[in-house]
Design a protein around this ligand. Structure first.
Ligand code: ZN
Length: 257
């Protein structure tokens, strides 16, 4: 397949071209999986973006877009000269991707080699347990003062052990004017400025952020951030880039907490 043929197929099949390729010179495309909601098919066209000439086989993989809007690679990338069959086979391979039994997200192989939930949903389990402990602590206090004192000492110890989880945090406020930027994790360089403008309308207790965008951002749905707090170890685990909010209306930066 020539450059023209590859591009024509991708366009006809509903793929959109990515603005950046953080890892090389080839043009990257992606589109939604036809049946799986948070899954996209990512195609490395094998077309050099500078010369517009074919420089290698096309490659395809499936990614799962998690709750923090990070792309997790869930299938092994395969290559071929025929993009159409490549897309078809990757599309079908979704049936063999394992699923998290807790939150139903797809699983992926982390850097550690473990196959884990793409949403890292286990990181939120601790919060739930803490709330349960608190309420049970109260009832114990009412009944026997002595045993409750012992218990609270133990709870405190456990709490401080758990505190090791660190986050990137942005002190967002309702009413902030924001845009979205993608940065390279290692160099902290800005890869892409989305040039969209939104207003923060809600931030809930779980750090979920609701934004009213002034432009139609549906084509960017996979990139739009939805949180003001991201676990440090999730950022950059697979992808070297990170799409995040940037506040335009005042000076506030992402900090590690
Ligand atoms: Zn899960």
């Amino acid at each position: 397949m020539s450059t023209v043929q590859r591009k024509a197929f991708l366009k006809k099949d509903g793929f959109t071209q990515h603005k950046n390729n953080a890892r090389g010179n080839t043009i990257i495309y992606s589109r939604k999986h036809s049946t799986e909601k948070f899954v996209r098919i990512v195609v490395d066209s094998g077309i050099d973006k500078n010369t517009n000439k074919i420089c290698g086989q096309a490659k395809a993989k499936l990614v799962y877009i998690n709750r923090e809007n990070h792309w997790r690679v869930i299938t092994k990338e395969v290559s071929s000269n025929t993009i159409s069959s490549l897309v078809q086979s990757q599309s079908n391979s979704i049936s063999s991707v394992p699923q998290c039994k807790h939150c139903k997200a797809k699983k992926f192989t982390a850097k550690s080699g473990n196959v884990v939930c793409a949403n890292a949903c286990w990181t939120t389990w601790g919060n739930k347990k803490k709330t349960q402990k608190k309420s049970s602590q109260k009832t114990t206090q009412k009944t026997t003062q002595k045993s409750s004192q012992k218990k609270s000492a133990r709870t405190y110890k456990k709490k401080s052990q758990k505190k090791s989880q660190q986050y990137y945090y942005l002190d967002l406020k309702v009413g902030d004017l924001v845009t979205v930027e993608t940065i390279d994790i290692s160099s902290q360089k800005i890869l892409h400025d989305y040039k969209i403008l939104g207003v923060i309308t809600k931030i809930d207790d779980d750090n979920n952020v609701t934004t009213l965008w002034t432009t139609n951002e549906t084509h960017l749905y996979s990139t739009i951030p939805k949180s003001n707090r991201i676990p440090l170890f999730v950022v950059g685990e697979i992808d070297s880039s990170w799409a995040r909010f940037k506040v335009m209306s005042r000076k506030v930066e992402w900090v590690i907490k």
